[in-house]
Design a protein around this ligand. Structure first.
Ligand code: AHR
Length: 649
């Protein structure tokens, strides 16, 4: 009898626990809340971690025009097959690309080799476009061989050029490859006796994004396009500011003839002693025109961030004299003209001459990156007045400095709340727990005044020796949880972008990053999958998603948001379980009877796991289906998991 009684108590207790452990969540698809910005989930592009040169920009030759501080960076002289000499000549008549190389062969074959960006990535059975500017002033009888080599110095592709003209000429030839190399190189070999002048020695894969000649690396561009981003922020980041004003990003120097774009040191070259990159420069081959074109290609709004007369305050903090601010303002006005102006205008004509007579329809401009204190606001105010007077419909983005709270941040909001900025840019690079704790960050924000642009954020988890390790599942899950809060507050949070976007496995300065790549392949992080699940399931308006009358925002480590996609009439629920135990959820979806639901989910019970080049797909979305039953959907969320449910209404 005693045992029977205990048995009954046990059963009752288990039933009670089971009932207790199910979280009851209510969704009412009839209660439309906020309209979601079509540009909500975007991307942040900065030339950090070799993201442009050596990354998205498909050029394979480093220092193609000998304009790096040291003209021979990236180049070595080949002396094993003959004798010769070289001379770097600087032609003052060409101030933006003055240097060229004179190569003189004395005996046999002599030439140069280029190492690429930490090696040259060459694919097998592919065509490459080699090009250069060349002059054979004395018409010496010379044979030029262009060879692609693998790391064993075996030739895996070659092209021979016999005659070259007396005066400067642009020459192209196609090289077909027989094998691949992750750390290949380009050899430029001259045979015979005599001299040649060469400049802009370049090698591109023929296969580029949308087959644009000398364009973007197709695999990286495709990953970005697959995100379906609402906007592309460009060119950064601190690179906008420069270490000093001379080193700031100037868009006018990145457009027009590629041969005349002046190479400049990349600010990340020297920024971090532990990751110094003496060979990091900006060729600006991926400049503002290419940026606008790419944003247009992928259906994203362009969001340029411009220098406001201030260099990075973590570096020199140099500011332009107020009397000289006009130069910076004019740059901003001219950029709008370049993007949107008629072809009869100066800058509109340049856009048209570059191949895009139609305007790019630019709608946003950011003034300054991470600036703070009075020197920023006095400059910002002048920009605001001037830009809005000339272009009243342009949406201005202003900054709040580098931190998510504190004195500078509070001061910025005090000054900006009555400004005419359409959006205020907030940045947070914080531990995963911060993201979980801050899922309600915007619930209490004022609904009036400028809207929010979460312009740079990433959860910084513990560090690993493996470059890509810091992008672990803990960080991505924390971001997914936090993003439910951005989505819930879609009335004021209008744009958001993870940062930074890209990193070269052997040449990074900053981590974590959304996508890793080497010279041949790419590797998507769990954070990438989270961003993609959000951006691909953006929806058009939000719905309340409640537990016991409150928003689902961390109760029992569960975070959720709900939206409706009006095009496909689909209810989309995003939900995370940020704890190590399973969690049973009982969704009550008002008015939605027996409907099938498609689910994409990511679950990983070891939150410290990450994707790597050896296990690139360890953490990735999986698919399954379920069904609502009489308006209820009962699901067991796996430990450390993120789910996206899609149900036709
Ligand atoms: O995303 C990397 C850097 O972080 C950006 O350049 C800067 O804006 C921020 O401090």
């Amino acid at each position: 009898m005693k045992y029977f009684f205990s048995f009954i108590v046990c059963i009752l207790f288990s039933i009670h626990v089971l009932a207790q452990s199910s979280m009851h969540i209510d969704i009412d698809p009839g209660k439309r809340l906020h309209t979601i910005s079509p540009a909500m989930w975007g991307i942040f592009f900065e030339d950090i971690n070799f993201a442009a040169d050596g990354g998205l920009y498909a050029e394979l030759v480093k220092n193609r025009s000998f304009e790096f501080d040291h003209p021979m960076t990236g180049w070595s002289i080949l002396t094993t097959q003959g004798k010769g000499k070289y001379l770097v000549i600087n032609d003052a008549k060409k101030p933006s690309n003055g240097r060229y190389m004179k190569i003189t062969t004395l005996e046999g074959s002599y030439g140069l080799e280029n190492e690429g960006f930490r090696g040259m990535g060459i694919h097998a059975n592919a065509d490459y476009i080699f090009s250069y500017n060349v002059r054979n002033a004395n018409q010496d009888k010379l044979k030029i061989s262009i060879q692609l080599l693998n790391f064993k110095d075996e030739v895996i592709g070659e092209s021979i050029i016999n005659s070259v003209s007396k005066s400067w000429k642009y020459v192209e030839s196609i090289i077909h490859t027989t094998d691949s190399a992750e750390h290949g190189k380009l050899r430029f070999l001259v045979t015979g006796k005599g001299s040649l002048d060469v400049d802009m020695i370049s090698l591109f894969p023929k296969n580029t994004w949308k087959n644009r000649a000398k364009g973007l690396r197709a695999d990286i561009a495709q990953l970005l396009a697959d995100l379906k981003p609402g906007f592309v922020r460009f060119p950064g980041g601190c690179i906008v500011e420069g270490r000093d004003l001379m080193n700031r990003y100037q868009w006018k120097k990145t457009v027009g003839d590629i041969h005349q774009r002046k190479t400049m040191i990349n600010r990340w070259n020297t920024e971090f002693k532990h990751r110094s990159a003496p060979d990091y420069f900006q060729s600006f081959g991926l400049g503002f025109y290419e940026y606008f074109l790419f944003a247009e290609d992928i259906g994203a709004e362009a969001l340029p961030i411009l220098n406001c007369g201030m260099a990075c305050q973590f570096n020199t903090g140099e500011v332009a004299h107020m009397d000289d601010l006009e130069l910076y303002i004019q740059d901003a006005l001219d950029l709008i003209e370049f993007a949107n102006g008629r072809v009869s205008t100066k800058w509109g004509k340049l856009r048209s001459d570059m191949g895009h007579p139609k305007p790019f329809n630019l709608k946003y401009i950011g003034v300054g990156n991470e600036q703070w204190e009075e020197q920023y606001f006095e400059r910002y105010k002048i920009f605001e007045k001037r830009l809005l007077t000339s272009y009243p419909s342009i949406k201005l983005v202003s900054g709040t400095g580098p931190f998510s709270d504190g004195e500078w941040f509070d001061d910025a909001w005090k000054k900006l709340k009555d400004s005419k900025a359409a959006l205020v840019d907030e940045h947070y690079y914080k531990p995963p727990q911060w993201f979980l704790n801050n899922a309600k960050r915007y619930d209490q924000y004022p609904r009036q005044g400028p809207k929010i642009f979460a312009g740079e954020y990433a959860a910084h988890a513990k560090d690993y020796d493996v470059s890509e390790g810091r992008n672990n599942w803990e960080s991505a899950l924390a971001e997914a949880s936090f993003m439910t809060g951005l989505e819930r507050n879609a009335d004021i949070v209008r744009m958001a972008s993870y940062a930074p976007l890209l990193a070269h496995k052997d040449a990074w300065q900053w981590r974590p990053d959304l996508i890793w790549f080497d010279n041949l392949t790419t590797m998507t992080t769990p954070n990438y999958h989270v961003q993609k699940l959000y951006a691909n399931n953006k929806g058009h308006y939000t719905l309340p998603i409640m537990v016991n009358g409150s928003h689902v925002a961390g109760q029992d480590s569960v975070y959720a948001s709900a939206v409706v996609d009006t095009t496909s009439t689909t209810l989309i629920i995003k939900i995370t379980n940020a704890k190590s135990l399973k969690q049973s959820i009982d969704f009550k979806i008002n008015g939605v009877k027996n409907k099938p639901a498609d689910i994409e989910y990511i679950a990983q019970d070891n939150k410290y796991e990450y994707n790597s080049f050896t296990k690139p797909d360890l953490i990735r979305p999986m698919n399954m289906q379920t069904k609502s039953n009489d308006g209820r959907l009962i699901m067991e969320l796996l430990p450390y998991s993120f789910y996206v449910f899609k149900m036709k209404l």
